[in-house]
Write a protein that binds this ligand. Sequence first.
Ligand SMILES: Nc1ncnc2c1ncn2[C@@H]1O[C@H](COP(=O)(O)OP(=O)(O)OP(=O)(O)O)[C@@H](O)[C@H]1O
Ligand SMILES: [Mg+2]
Length: 418
Amino acid sequence: MDYLEFFHLQEDPFGLTPDSSYFYPSRMHNDVLVSLDYSVEQKEGFSLVIGEPGTGKTTILKIFIDRWKDRAEIALVMTPRLLPEELLQAVLDDLKIDHATTNKNEMFKTFRNFLIDRALSGKRVIIIVDEAQNLSDGSLEELRLLSNLETEKEKLLQIILVGQTELLKRLKSESMRQLDQRITIRATVRPLTLEETSEYVSFRLIKGGKGSAIFDEKVKKAIFRLSGGIPRLINLIASRAMMVAYIGTAHQIRKGHVLDAQKHLSNAQPRAIQWRKWVGYAITGLLICSLIPVLYVVYGKSRSPGVVPPWLNKAETASVFPAKPVETANPSIIPAPAANPDAPAGIQKTVVVAVPAARLRVIPSLQAGIRRMAPQGERLEVIGEWTEQDGGKWYRVKSSDGKANWVASRIVRDDSFR
Ligand SMILES: Nc1ncnc2c1ncn2[C@@H]1O[C@H](COP(=O)(O)OP(=O)(O)OP(=O)(O)O)[C@@H](O)[C@H]1O
Ligand SMILES: [Mg+2]
């Protein structure tokens, strides 16, 4: 009996190839997609998507291309280590534009005519460069020149650069200023949170055929700690942990399986994990250092009231213990749109359960586990949305207990203005 049969799975739930049917719409992944949609709809010219390795940039691109393939002509450059003239040729070839010559000026003219023709027929033209951190300065400059192709009113071409964080540093250099200034949409793909990591693991298991592998919350927490919430590392660890469990003929994945998996993988994937470990040590060190003066005050106060060391004023005490943890926002320059486009700015969308009992699910799937049943009339605050490939729409909702769950849109009704 092989691994998949043992767990009653149809396919490996933790494969490493970006696959749109396995796309888990985390809030952050969704926000990046919304930013890209906006940039193309508004003909914004240049957009930039940045993220650490394995966070899901190429996966997002696949979803984006699926969404736009009928409304746009898309050239996807996956191997950007090209000379500037090779880049233009690769774009023409990908768009299936006939060009008799590889003379750069001729290719440029052919491309301009193509753009004008498509603009007249109302189609967008998009160039996407994945792994854009590998583009040479010459090729980046070539893209900047192409982005100048515009009519008096609008850009004829949208360019999306997707790359790892070092691309940001390059764009900040003096020679790249002109290009940097043209980038109007910037989005960052961040690792998943603990809650999302847990949902992500369940989501992928369901997509792989549900099966009999059991990952409880403790195990998911261990996966989150070791992967830092980076989807590729989650997949590697989860898949290896299942393999270890299979060897021990266990259906329940245990923390020990995860730790064994990590031990096996640590030679192959040390950088991301160890990097996070060192950041963790540094933060702990800093916290301890900043706690020393505070302990001094507390301890000192209890012994001699009113004695505060002169280097610690009120404001500093507050910054050592912030009142509330600060949530870092995705620095996309456009905010995620208000869930209800008709709602006045600043008003959150809410929905009301329209059936006798609505199933609030862990992830947006009809096969997903049910967290609780919401009675008819319960109001739910919408904090995200997701539309499946077959058109089924889901809302990520927060209920009065503060928990986030998913509900199918067809069993609730919009209640934003009531
Ligand atoms: N939102 C998501 N839903 C489902 N799977 C995801 C998601 N994000 C990432 N993954 C999975 O994580 C793995 C890495 O994703 P991807 O290749 O898109 O990362 P990347 O950011 O492009 O990495 P790199 O910088 O190395 O190119 C893939 O197996 C992909 O399927
Ligand atoms: Mg990639």
